[in-house]
Design a protein around this ligand. Structure first.
Ligand code: BG6
Length: 297
């Protein structure tokens, strides 16, 4: 494990003996690269114009969304926060690494990051004046990446939050991609005026702008299939919702940090989280949730 650079662009890099690697920017604890297949396959899409200097949330990789998803609602404790909250644009602490080997001799490395009330900008602390502690563990194994958060209420009163892992999965050609494991699930379609629908097709194909919040998903796994072969399994752990997002032509063109402009053909966001209503934590309570992404390449 190496800490590369200093200041706002420093990142933690870990590599397994077999070549797989992960890179985590301290800014946002954003995973910006995850390579499997002996280091030959990059699994995460990262914009060529993503800010990696701490000036702006990263466009790509795995930004952490907390304590609110999307634009905050009116009349809520999160109302004064920016879209998707402050976790993705705060500098986290690196708490250390631990390596382990399973019974079959397969190695993994776990990197731990922390963000506490004391680490927030003054603006964020003012906008959300609650005492909390976030721990975020990123575990790299041969064919998988696990990212898990624990949220602790460190204050004297209860608080409410939402949490989501805004994963940008990299694909070769979006026209050959379908997403499975959402059949029968109710979703809010943000492209269609936040109307509610039911996923009636087994396969979700991305042929235009998609921005859907699938709610209360009973099954654990969402599978991204490319060229009729499984490409990723995204497994939810104590998280019931999943957002599927692709900005497509116009929205991609409107984002200054989205490059290349045709890059939306090489990505799809499958974002696991708890964003339907609020998680409530009483003082001293802890919530834990996360994902394991398996790469088949
Ligand atoms: C998704 C939302 O999670 O994030 C979209 O569902 C939003 O509505 C997208 O456009 C990107 O958000 P941002 O703040 O990173 O541009």
């Amino acid at each position: 494990v190496d800490i590369v650079g200093s200041g706002p662009s420093s990142k933690v890099v870990a590599t397994l003996a077999s070549g797989e690697s992960v890179e985590v920017l301290l800014y946002g604890a954003t995973v910006t690269s995850w390579k499997s297949n002996g280091g030959k396959t990059e699994n995460l899409w990262l914009s060529e114009k993503a800010a990696l200097d701490g000036s702006k949330a990263v466009r790509g990789g795995i930004p952490v969304v907390f304590p609110v998803f999307g634009p905050p609602p009116k009349d809520h404790t999160t109302s004064s926060l920016p879209q998707h909250g402050f976790a993705r644009s705060s500098r986290w602490e690196f708490l250390g690494k631990s390596a382990s080997e399973d019974a079959l001799g397969s190695n993994s490395v776990k990197l731990d990051f922390g963000l506490y009330t004391s680490g927030l900008s003054e603006d964020a602390r003012k906008a959300w004046p609650l005492d909390f502690g976030l721990q975020y563990s990123v575990t790299l194994a041969k064919d998988s990446l696990q990212t898990v958060v624990s949220v602790r209420n460190e204050g004297g009163q209860s608080f409410e939050f939402q949490f989501l892992l805004h994963t940008y999965l990299k694909v070769k050609d979006i026209s050959k991609v379908s997403i499975k494991g959402l059949m029968g699930v109710e979703y809010v379609d943000k492209v269609l005026n936040a109307s509610t629908h039911n996923q009636s097709d087994m396969d979700l194909k991305i042929t235009g702008e998609v921005d859907r919040v699938y709610k209360g998903i009973p099954q654990d796994t969402t599978t991204v299939v490319e060229d009729e072969k499984p490409r990723f399994d995204v497994v939810r752990d104590n998280l019931q919702d999943t957002v599927v997002w692709n900005p497509w032509t116009e929205k991609a063109a409107a984002m200054g940090d989205f490059a290349p402009k045709e890059g939306f053909k090489q990505m799809v966001c499958v974002e696991v989280g708890t964003v339907n209503g609020w998680q409530k934590l009483e003082k001293g309570e802890v919530f834990e949730g996360g994902q394991t992404i398996k790469s088949f390449l």
